[in-house]
Ligand binder design. Structure first.
Ligand SMILES: [Zn+2]
Ligand SMILES: [Zn+2]
Ligand SMILES: [Zn+2]
Length: 318
């Protein structure tokens, strides 16, 4: 007989039976706080900044700056750190003429990044952007003789920052959903050169009590495995479908096989869905995370469903 294998077909949303919560023992655990570590450069304020703070408008916020240039998103031997925000520009993107090199290094000189420059112009009610000099003295007088030369352009918004805090991406994918091109993968690839992004794909099927129990066990194992690692941000993606009538979320399939679409889809109420999928201490682990819910559109179109969803978000603090 020829070699054969079973590949589950791609599924689309549609009607599904509402599943009863398979196990009565699912409870969400609460109480553990969120861990945050900072991997960005911690630096003391430049000389004199703390003492003359009152002399300049606005407050000097940053104590830590971005490691990567706002423009080229790369690093360089010299990074100019904004005196008003955590952004920095590299020496390749902001060209300082030879004759001004000494001036910008002297005390009591402040650097204003293009983003903060734009903000100041807007606050001043100016319709057009004023010339950008970057470096200025206490009174805001430009240090450079000519406007600063900027190479490259801002590809991100002028207020964005490149974060270097370790990121954990948890991609929950309903079994049988093809998540190729998932934003979770795009995020992983985009972050790859900047931060050690840990990416975990969790194919779930909690369609039966047995499968839900197994899923809870594997979640508990995963949490134990992840917990020792320090993570700054957790991004949670959930790929599933919505039941078309009641806006329940597909949790899995009726088939007794452990994985692979086989039986009829089973959908749960939104709160049951979260309880089952984020089982095994996962709900507690991801507290404070950012949730990307990738389901069919009626989740937000149906007011009730959307309200239930919002309640869950509040409950799980994601
Ligand atoms: Zn769908
Ligand atoms: Zn640069
Ligand atoms: Zn700035």
């Amino acid at each position: 007989m020829a070699h054969t294998k079973q590949t589950s077909g791609k599924s689309t949303g549609g009607p599904a039976k509402r599943g009863e919560l398979p196990l009565g023992s699912f409870k969400c655990v609460t109480g553990r706080g969120q861990k945050i570590i900072k991997s960005v450069n911690a630096k003391a304020l430049p000389t004199g900044l703390d003492t003359i703070q009152s002399a300049i408008e606005g407050t000097l916020k940053p104590q830590i700056w971005n490691l990567w240039c706002l423009l080229c998103r790369d690093g360089a031997p010299i990074m100019y750190e904004c005196s008003y925000c955590p952004r920095s520009l590299c020496e390749r993107c902001l060209v300082i003429p030879e004759e001004s090199q000494k001036d910008i290094k002297s005390d009591n000189i402040f650097f204003r990044c293009p983003g903060c420059h734009e903000v100041r112009d807007k606050r001043a009610g100016k319709d057009i952007n004023t010339l950008y000099f970057g470096f200025e003295d206490v009174k805001g007088k430009p240090v450079l003789a000519r406007p600063a030369v900027i190479h490259g352009r801002i590809e991100l918004s002028s207020r964005s920052e490149i974060c270097t805090i370790p990121v954990l991406i948890l991609n929950f994918v309903l079994d049988s959903i093809d998540c190729l091109g998932s934003p979770a993968c795009i995020m992983r690839d985009a972050l790859h050169s900047y931060v050690p992004a840990d990416y975990r794909e969790i194919i779930f099927d909690v369609g039966t009590a047995h499968k839900a129990k197994q899923h809870a066990m594997s979640m508990a194992k995963l949490v134990t495995e992840l917990e020792p690692h320090q993570v700054g941000h957790i991004e949670v993606f959930i790929h599933s479908h919505l039941e078309t009538v009641r806006s329940d979320i597909w949790g899995g399939f009726k088939s007794t096989r452990t994985k692979g679409e086989g039986g009829d889809p089973v959908a749960y109420t939104i709160s049951d869905f979260f309880m089952l999928v984020l089982a095994g201490g996962m709900a507690d682990y991801i507290k404070g995370a950012t949730l990307w819910m990738l389901v069919c559109g009626h989740m937000v179109r149906e007011t009730d469903a959307f309200n239930d969803f919002k309640d869950c978000i509040k409950h799980y603090q994601i």
